[in-house]
Ligand binder design. Structure first.
Ligand code: BEZ
Ligand code: FE
Length: 296
């Protein structure tokens, strides 16, 4: 088709793409082209702005490597990751869900750790934390044999892969629920932290006068064949950033009850003040799949 007017371009592209054999691929690409063309028309995108956008996307890729994923970070910071999560969980977005975005810091092969064991693998500041968790299905029955990945940042605000002071796999562990559907671990109470701001996502946040903080949280990934893999986070209640998470990950269901305790801890290794977290995860029947790890 020879293009006569700007309006013709969209139809020409849709027609050129019409031979795609994979129906879902075709549906997604058709919609993408219609929306991105409509977007360019709506904002009357200039050539200079288009060039800046191309540069921006290229930088997202250039800054993505084995230990950092700027593309995921960008998706998170514009709310796309949370939107996709909510569209695909909780009865396709119609009811509340216990799921949350994966974030850019999940690693495969976290060290297997016995129930009650510690995921503090090198000296780490922060109040000792004891987490006692239950996993059940929608009928309230306990789920045994669920593999649970746990990971969180140090109270200093960095994941081990970002911080030379922490050993490999610090504050990461893999647990298996017992016959009563329980798993438990020791760690330190996490703190809030800023997402990385040295790349293009940081440029965007500054231009929008947004702060870069996430409220303190612990990440969980629960896997059991026959159940939809549950990827989620449990946030520290009363955190100052609960209402303004830079990546829009907080739902009411995910605010945990992190209790400050001064009674003797049920662990001989904890003295003085400590913190407890009791939390129940509910898994829905479905397919157990694992996401592609954002970093290695
Ligand atoms: C995180 O919680 O690890 C995270 C999520 C989204 C962007 C950056 C960090
Ligand atoms: Fe996190």
């Amino acid at each position: 088709m020879i293009i006569e007017r700007q309006e013709d371009v969209t139809d020409a592209v849709l027609s050129a793409m019409s031979g795609a054999k994979n129906a879902r691929f075709k549906e997604i690409m058709d919609s993408f082209v219609r929306h991105i063309h409509a977007f360019a028309r709506e904002v009357k995108l200039t050539e200079e702005e288009w060039s800046q956008a191309v540069d921006y996307v290229a930088k997202l890729g250039q800054l993505t490597n084995d230990t950092h994923n700027e593309v995921v970070l960008c998706s998170d910071a514009i709310g796309l990751s949370t939107l996709v999560c909510l569209l695909n969980n909780g009865n396709e977005g119609n009811t509340e869900t216990a799921a949350a975005l994966l974030g850019p810091f999940w690693r495969m092969h976290s060290p297997k750790t016995a129930n009650g064991g510690s995921i503090v693998r090198s000296p780490t500041p922060g109040a000792p934390l004891l987490a006692n968790c239950l996993v059940r299905n929608g009928k309230g029955e306990p789920l045994a044999g669920v593999e649970v990945d746990v990971w969180h940042s140090s109270p200093v605000g960095m994941y081990e892969n970002q911080d030379k002071e922490q050993v490999d796999m610090n504050l990461r562990g893999k647990f298996v629920t017992d016959a009563q559907g329980r798993f438990s671990f020791r760690s330190v109470k996490p703190g809030c932290y800023p997402v990385p701001v040295t790349g293009p996502v940081g440029d965007m946040l500054r231009a929008q006068e947004r702060h870069p903080y996430r409220p303190a949280h612990i990440h969980f990934l629960l896997y059991k064949p026959g159940y939809k893999t549950l990827i989620t986070q449990v946030f520290v209640d009363k955190d100052e950033y609960l209402e303004s998470d830079v990546v829009f990950g907080v739902t009411k269901r995910l605010v945990g009850d992190y209790k400050k305790r001064s009674d003797p801890a049920p662990s001989p290794e904890i003295f003085g003040e400590w913190c407890s977290l009791d939390y129940t995860f509910v898994m829905e029947p479905g397919e157990a799949t694992l996401p592609v790890p954002p970093i290695k």
